[in-house]
Design a binder for this molecule. Structure first.
Ligand SMILES: NC(=O)c1ccc[n+]([C@@H]2O[C@H](COP(=O)([O-])OP(=O)(O)OC[C@H]3O[C@@H](n4cnc5c(N)ncnc54)[C@H](O)[C@@H]3O)[C@@H](O)[C@H]2O)c1
Length: 259
């Protein structure tokens, strides 16, 4: 009997790191569901996934909607029968400093960058827990959750960072969520986080431009990161067998924050 095709849900999958990771998982044979609020790039990514010959679907949706996450996860299961990987990746910048930000702006940042990750983790966890089976390496995983945090969670943001303290606070929250859920959901579900450094995407290109030489000079690997630099790590976390790693935080920043 052939194993069922693995499936993945990627939030913020229309562009940038989410898009590159969706394509990377498709190249590994996953069926991929991408979710985003940007209609045109979402349709483009869906077309690219289909061109790779894997089952693919897209949802125009907001991760901060708790009930919607449950409904959409159920839709994926009714279509594909299982969910193996959740890549919690959708986030928005927040450029304001403490004395400028409003309460509503703080709440909005938390509702996407932190609560959105909770919403989707809670939506997929029952499905992944039900998929766990005893295996040769102890418990055979029922699923994997991968969370995009940021090096800003450790540093509070570099001098050229577009986003300030509220973003760093949400991203630090993602690390607490990752470590807490790793224990809560073990041994059935592995939960790990990636902290990207400076990655050139549609979101960051303009903001990085005036600081590009400084970014390169302060990065031991001697270049700015690309979405593919993160996507290979997502693919590793999504596919490594056996998997004895959970609650880990992988900095992918070209060495910029080595200390
Ligand atoms: N680019 C970097 O340098 C960098 C560094 C550290 C961390 N990160 C993190 O990596 C992730 C991806 O960043 P990126 O640079 O690819 O950004 P991006 O803006 O290019 O992509 C993020 C996607 O998420 C979507 N999105 C935002 N809010 C959403 C919501 N509420 N519901 C659904 N979709 C939503 C956006 O529409 C966008 O398509 C984010 O979590 C970001 O914080 C990026």
């Amino acid at each position: 009997m052939t194993a069922p095709r693995k499936t993945a849900i990627i939030t913020g999958g229309a562009r940038g790191i989410g898009r590159a990771s969706a394509l990377a998982l498709a190249r590994h044979g996953f069926a991929v569901a991408v979710l985003d609020m940007r209609e045109a790039p979402l349709a483009q990514t869906l077309a690219e996934l289909k061109a790779l010959g894997v089952p693919a679907m897209s949802f125009l949706a907001d991760t901060s909607d708790h009930q919607l996450a449950k409904r959409l996860a159920a839709e994926v299961v009714s279509e594909w029968g299982r969910i193996d990987v959740l890549f919690n990746n959708a986030a928005v910048p927040q450029t304001k400093r403490l004395l400028e930000i409003t309460e509503a702006e703080w709440d909005a940042e938390m509702s996407v960058n932190l609560k959105g990750y909770f919403n989707w983790s809670q939506a997929v966890a029952p499905i992944m827990l039900a998929q766990a089976r005893p295996g040769v390496h102890g418990s055979q995983l029922g699923g994997r959750i991968i969370n995009t945090s940021s090096v800003a969670a450790h540093t509070g943001g570099s001098p050229h960072a577009i986003s300030k303290f509220a973003y760093a606070a949400a991203k630090a929250g993602v690390l607490g969520l990752t470590k807490g859920l790793a224990k809560d959901l073990a041994p059935a579900i592995a939960v790990n986080a990636i902290c990207p450094g400076s990655i050139e995407t549609d979101r960051t290109r303009e903001g990085f431009a005036p600081h590009m030489q400084r970014i390169i000079d302060s990065t031991p690997m001697g270049r700015v990161g690309t979405p593919e630099d993160i996507a290979v790590v997502v693919a590793f976390l999504a596919t490594m067998e056996p998997c004895f790693m959970t609650g880990e935080v992988l900095d992918v920043d070209g060495g910029a924050n080595v200390n």
